[in-house]
Every structure is written in structure tokens, then in C-alpha cells.
Design a protein around this ligand. Structure first.
Ligand code: MN
Length: 428
């Protein structure tokens, strides 16, 4: 029987530092291009990308019947979407095969100098692209700490959570056109804003630009309109996870959101990391989520381990300055699991599609150093966050770069997510 690609005993013939996000146990998927090569699918390994189209052309996947007639062209695409539609057997077969090609005792690729030079490129020599063309995008609100903080700030500390919050995963439909890959600059949005002490709104640059530390998950196989997803099957639809920054203009948001919810304060830009870490690679990091009280309705009630222990951090770098870590949180604390989010989303018959992106909502922890937005870190501007250069932040300034990172770690194996980063540009 083939060795599991998750086995901690696996090592690669590629030299990979122990601090790398991309050991042989990870093998996340993405899309890259170079000046010479058009968009292609790839897997990250150490400091390299493995060009899946080149590997396919060298015949390394010829025995993978799960791919059918899709290869090699499915690997020469601008997004993972067509690959996602092939389904879990195909995703698993490719990851398994890549693992076999890269393990230390496998000569097939290692000793084929021509193939190595064609298939392996240094990550510094490629441009990573947005890994999926998001079919649809939904943002949830599933951190109880975050929802409690926001409710405390804007409403009533004694009743911070609205009555529905513990009964269903709150979410809203967002916009896909402005979802960009890590490294894309974000222009400060103009919009309507009205401070509490202003009589009328004005139009101009957002004065309260913020980030939101989130994880996204990508659906690989969809459903027909009218179909539902039983909770027990929900994880079968999930391809993988990525880091996600849901940039937010708080002043636009707080003025416009009543009564229909987030709109222009959100859809000017969201950033996703270039690498999608498969749910398969995260299997060793399953944990139970928080106890849910009251017990959710039967279609949302599950026991067992449906959360994932992923350490997260967010850092800020002022223009020309040095990086400061603002916050450290953990994805494992989310009140509503991804399975519950997806089962709820499909419970009314809404069809889900390959390439759908679902974001967790801001991930905050219970302590002041584990908050996932400037809104919370500076407590609505009342507690400015000091930086080493002597400046302070209530919200983001032009030139600020926000970088989010994440990793799961166990038995010496570190499954990293790379990073999602973006720099704020001024309004012209
Ligand atoms: Mn959000």
C-alpha cells in the first residue's frame, strides 16, 4: 500500500529547511506564470514550485486514470477551477503521485536532470496568480470572540451577540470581481461616511481602513440547484484552505450597512494567498471546536473534530519601516465549523459551485493580543496601537503593508499557508 502523503516520516530529495511552509507533507496547489510559461498549475515544495503541466508532459501522471482525458490541458489553465471539477479522487491521485515523485528514495524525477530543470522552478522566479476564479464568494461571521467584540463596541455589552448568533452561522454574499492575489496593492476607497458627530454624510477617502484576518475555504465539487448538503457530507466538498484578508472600510460600512448589510465598505478589495492547502493535508490537525450552547438544530449538530488547529498572525509594515506583529490567533477556536457553514449555506437548496470561496469571518481570540482587526486592536480608535517607529495606528495609513501568515504544526511537521500581503495606496 502506498505511503500516506501525510506521513511524518516522509522526506524529500529536495533540500527543505525545517522552517519552510512547504514540506513534502503539505503540497498545496496554486497557479503561476513566468515570462516564458503561460499560466500553469503548480504544487509548492520547499522553495520551489513543481510545474504540473511540465510533469504531465513528461508522463509522470500517465497512470492516473482519475484524470481521464483532462491532462495535460487541465494543468495549463489560469485557475484551479477545471482541476477542482475533476473531484476528490483526482485531487488525491495527483497529490499522492507528486508525493511519490518528491520523496527522498524515488529516483524517477530526482535522477532525470532534464525533467528536473523543466518541472522545478524557484518560487522567486515565478509570479503567483490568483489560484481560483472564484465562482461565488460568501463571508461568514463565525468567531464568537470577534462577534462579541463588535457587538460590545457598537451595541450593548450586556447583549453583545444578537439572538440568532448561536443558532446559525451568520454570513453575507460578497463580490468575486475584486478578490485579488497576495501582493496586489489595495487602493484606499472613496465612499460615503458620516461620523456620529456629523449632521450629514460626505464623500471622500475612507478614514477607517482596516484588515480582517480570515481563512478561506475553496469548494471543489458543487451541487445542483435545489439539492442540500447533509452536514456529514459537507467536508467532502471542500478542496482546501487559504489565508484571506477581507479589507474593510469601517466608516463606509457603519453608515451603509443598515438594513441590508455589507456593501461598498467591503467590495473594493479582498486578498487571498496564492496557495490552497488541501483539506487532506490538514487531516492530522483536526480538533474539536468550542462547545456549542445551545445545541444547534439537528441539521447543524455534529460532534467530533471538525475544526483545524492553524496558528495565524498578522503583521504591519509602515512605508519604509520594519514589520511589527500585531496579533496572533488560532483558527481552531471558530465557533461554527466549515462543515456547518457549508451545510447551512446549502440547506435552502442554494447550489454551490466548483471554485466557490467561503471566508470564515474575522478570527479573533480571547486576549488583547489575539484580535484579528484594527477595529478591535485599537478598540474603535480609543486605544491606538503603538508601533516601534513611534507612530501609532487607529486604522491603516497609506503605505502600510499588512501581511498575514499561518501554519499548523505537530510532530515536527509544519504545514504552512505562505502569506497574504497587500499595501495600501492613496486615493489619487
Ligand atoms: Mn470579513
Amino acid at each position: 500500500m502506498a505511503t500516506s502523503p501525510n506521513s511524518p516520516t516522509l522526506r524529500s530529495w529536495i533540500d527543505i529547511p525545517p522552517t519552510s511552509d512547504f514540506p513534502i507533507q503539505n503540497l498545496p496547489f496554486g497557479v503561476f506564470e513566468t515570462d516564458e510559461r503561460g499560466p500553469r498549475l503548480a504544487v509548492a515544495i520547499g522553495g520551489y514550485v513543481l510545474d504540473l503541466y511540465a510533469a504531465s508532459q513528461h508522463g509522470f501522471f500517465q497512470d492516473l486514470t482519475e484524470l481521464g482525458a483532462a491532462q495535460p490541458k487541465v494543468f495549463r489553465r489560469r485557475s484551479l477551477n477545471a482541476f477542482l471539477r475533476l473531484g476528490r479522487p483526482a485531487w488525491r491521485a495527483v497529490r499522492q503521485r507528486v508525493s511519490e515523485l518528491l520523496r527522498h528514495d524515488a529516483p524517477e524525477l530526482r535522477d532525470n536532470e532534464g525533467a528536473v530543470s523543466q518541472c522545478l522552478l524557484r518560487q522567486t522566479e515565478v509570479r503567483m496568480l490568483r489560484p481560483i476564479k472564484p465562482a461565488n464568494y460568501t463571508d461568514f461571521y463565525s468567531s464568537i470572540e470577534h462577534a462579541t467584540n463588535v457587538g460590545t463596541m457598537f451595541r450593548d455589552p450586556a447583549n453583545a451577540l444578537l439572538p440568532n448568533w448561536r443558532h446559525l452561522p451568520i454570513g453575507y454574499h460578497g463580490r468575486t470581481s475584486s478578490i485579488v492575489v497576495s501582493g496586489t496593492d489595495i487602493k484606499r476607497p472613496n465612499g460615503q461616511r458620516k461620523a456620529p458627530d456629523e449632521a450629514l454624510p460626505t464623500f471622500g477617502p475612507s478614514r477607517q481602513l482596516d484588515f480582517e484576518l480570515e481563512m478561506g475555504f475553496v469548494v471543489g465539487t458543487g451541487t445542483e440547484l435545489g439539492a442540500t448538503i447533509p452536514l456529514a457530507d459537507a467536508e467532502d466538498h471542500i478542496f482546501g484552505l487559504c489565508l484571506f484578508n477581507d479589507w474593510s472600510a469601517r466608516d463606509l460600512q457603519s453608515w451603509e450597512y443598515v438594513p441590508l448589510g455589507p456593501f461598498l465598505g467591503k467590495n473594493f478589495g479582498s486578498s487571498m494567498a496564492p496557495w490552497i492547502v488541501t483539506l487532506d493535508a490538514l487531516e492530522p490537525f483536526r480538533i474539536a471546536g468550542p462547545v456549542q450552547e445551545p445545541t444547534p438544530l439537528p441539521y447543524l449538530a455534529h460532534s467530533g473534530e471538525h475544526n483545524f488547529d492553524v496558528n495565524l498572525e498578522v503583521a504591519l509594515t509602515p512605508a519604509g519601516g520594519t514589520e511589527t506583529t500585531l496579533s496572533r490567533a488560532n483558527f481552531g477556536l471558530m465557533y461554527w465549523s466549515m462543515a456547518q457553514q457549508l451545510a447551512h449555506h446549502a440547506s435552502n437548496g442554494c447550489n454551490i459551485e466548483a471554485g466557490d470561496l467561503y471566508a470564515s469571518g474575522t478570527i479573533s481570540g480571547p486576549t488583547p493580543d489575539s484580535l484579528g482587526s484594527m477595529l478591535e486592536l485599537a478598540w474603535r480608535g480609543t486605544r491606538p496601537v503603538p508601533l516601534p517607529d513611534g507612530s501609532e495606528r487607529k486604522f491603516l495609513l497609506d503605505g502600510d503593508t499588512v501581511t498575514m501568515r499561518g501554519y499548523a504544526e505537530k510532530e515536527g511537521i509544519r504545514i504552512g499557508f505562505g502569506e497574504v500581503t497587500g499595501t495600501i495606496l492613496p486615493v489619487e
